[in-house]
Design a protein around this ligand. Sequence first.
Ligand code: PEP
Ligand code: MG
Length: 765
Amino acid sequence: MANTMQLETLRRIVQEVDASPSLHEALDVMVDQVAQAMNVEVCSIYLLDERNHRYILMASHGLRPESVGNVSLDISEGLVGLVGQREEIVNLENASKHERFIYLPETGEEIYNSFLGVPVMYRRKVMGVLVIQNKESHDFSEAAESFLVTLCAQLSGAIAHAHAAGNIEIFRKSTSGPSYQLYQGVAGADGIALGRAVILYPAADLSAIPDREAEDISEELVLLNNAVAAVRGDIKNLDAKMQDSLMSEERALFSVFLRMLDDTALPAEISTMIRDGHWAQGAVRRVIEKHVNIFAQMEDDYLRERVSDLKDLGRRILAYLQTADTSHKEITEDTILIGEEISTAALVEMPIHNISAIVTTEGAANSHMVIVARALGIPTVVGVTELPIHTLDDAEIIVDAYQGRVFLHPPRRLRTRYKEIKKEEEQIAKDLKQYETKSAITPDGHTLPLFVNTGLMIDVVRGVQRGAKGVGLYRSEIPFMLRERFPGEEEQRLIYRQQLSHFANKPVVMRTLDIGADKDLPYFSIDEENSALGWRGIRFTLDHPEIFSSQIRAMLKASIGLNNLHILLPMVTSVSELEEVLYLLDRDLAAVQEEEQVKINKPKIGIMIEVPSVLYQINEFAELVDFFSVGSNDLIQYLLAVDRNNPRVASVYSHFHPAIIRALTRLIQECHKFDKPVSICGEMAGNPLTAILLMAMGFNTLSMSSSNILRVRKAICHVPLSDAKRLLDEALVIDNPLIIKSMLEHYFRTHGLADMVKSTRVVSV
Ligand code: PEP
Ligand code: MG
């Protein structure tokens, strides 16, 4: 096949598979299409049934149809097993001569000599094996190998999805496996929750609309008719408005839209679906998706490009339906909030006391929303990419956020076990209460002050209650996220005053606005290709000195009479940025003193160490600042070049990475050489295992979510500094993050701190 042909064929097969309504149809389409495109006599797909450790023949073009679904091989059997074990291609001229060949009479495959097997891999795991065979003995070409490898890589996500949804069991009617479904994601904020799903979907986002049963079919039909009529009206108006500025051919789109909206066209299909029991929004999504898939497969470029028009039309109808929709699910007690992505702003607007857990298909453990969820004590699992979100409305769910697991329709046995674990959790929380009034002093007398990270008032209240020695990081962007516009100076002053006065006589480190990347303001979205490396933190505020100054002025005014304000600058990369800030700060300080006619103590100034460039400029920065604070969440992201929000690379992101441990150890020595205190306010500080290492490195303070203070304090009260130093020395010569982690876990388990190690609460299923 020529390259362009290959690409075109690949694209077509992937689209057809994606458009198939079920796994079985998708696999049937796949084997037929591959056999045809590659001109081979047999194409089969075997999927791994993990529970039974067998490969099942799920679809075949060429083998006897009756063998499909009935033939299976042990995980280590046959050539299929060999491909799976080796996790690589097996290309044989004469398969029956190979020692691993197993004769399966039901398939009739004995007449086929050549064999090419390719593993279907998803996230480093073998999901199945795709096989092509021919009667004639010959090696398959390298082009054939790479075509199948590419195809399998593209289809592995869809197969993993179906796999996770239990379709393999459904296919094998004889299998009597458990009826619940288990989805794996990334552990975000610890905890266990049992409850019912409520789907949170962004307005007018067609793809995020869940399937839901219509409560009242005739009402849904009326809603649809009204929405369609409104969209028709809009399009006619647009057409009239554009008459002078667009040529008639360019306005042809409007008549296409109107034809699609004709009573006999899309609305008729949507109505049928509503009559079948779907609510109007779900019916719109389904019908539009169906047509999008058909259009996407068309050879004609013009028609293929109509996909975006179709989607646009769908969004327009949806927008009207959503305005009229009063049926938003209520967030009642024990709600498990589920969404593709849930923003911090959307979360904090909710009745938080009713949310027992959060699950998202996107995102990773250190995203901003997760940090806030952790502060609120809401168990959270993110990056559950396979979760069939559209079908979950009101489903019964268990969230095990220690292991990043989500159980759908859990059986009684599992519910009982998790209820027990929840009870144990409550007991552990009760035991930890005694640490509220203790100081973090090691058995050999080393004191390490613990500070709290804040953003919401609840963090302040919990921080005070749990004996925080001050605020180590006030994320000032959080109140900005809760508004519909940038808050004014006086509005900000009142918010900051609350934070400062709750910790009167204790230091409060206020970070200036840190937006950009995953911290979007609802009213100021920054849309960038590579946002983690883009316009964020101090880069944004220096470009908007008016926003920066109003914040600094508000902070200064809020500190009058309290004098506990420290200012921290996020995402600093170069000394020149700091110099600019210092200039603005002096100017604002003079102006505020003049206006208020009071003397205001100049706040201590610090920078976050988040950008690796700072590691190499500590001497220059030390001359200009009073303190440093390590933002390990971002520093790890940049040192390891791993997106902190991308679930695909979540396993690369590690607090235990040797490079991180070594970089921090050297950094502390450098900061102390210049006599500057250094704190750490990233999530690393709130994990008892890493907190011990950070203590050994010599951090002056640790700052963390209020939900972690007691656990970290308990660990410090039990681990002598001398032991911590020994553990650090050991960690510094280990080259593998997992070994460093298990070395620390082993120490905790054998020194009476087993309850601090997450995996002790693992439930095996
Ligand atoms: C960090 O990067 O570690 C940090 C504390 O900042 P944030 O998580 O708000 O980006
Ligand atoms: Mg940061």
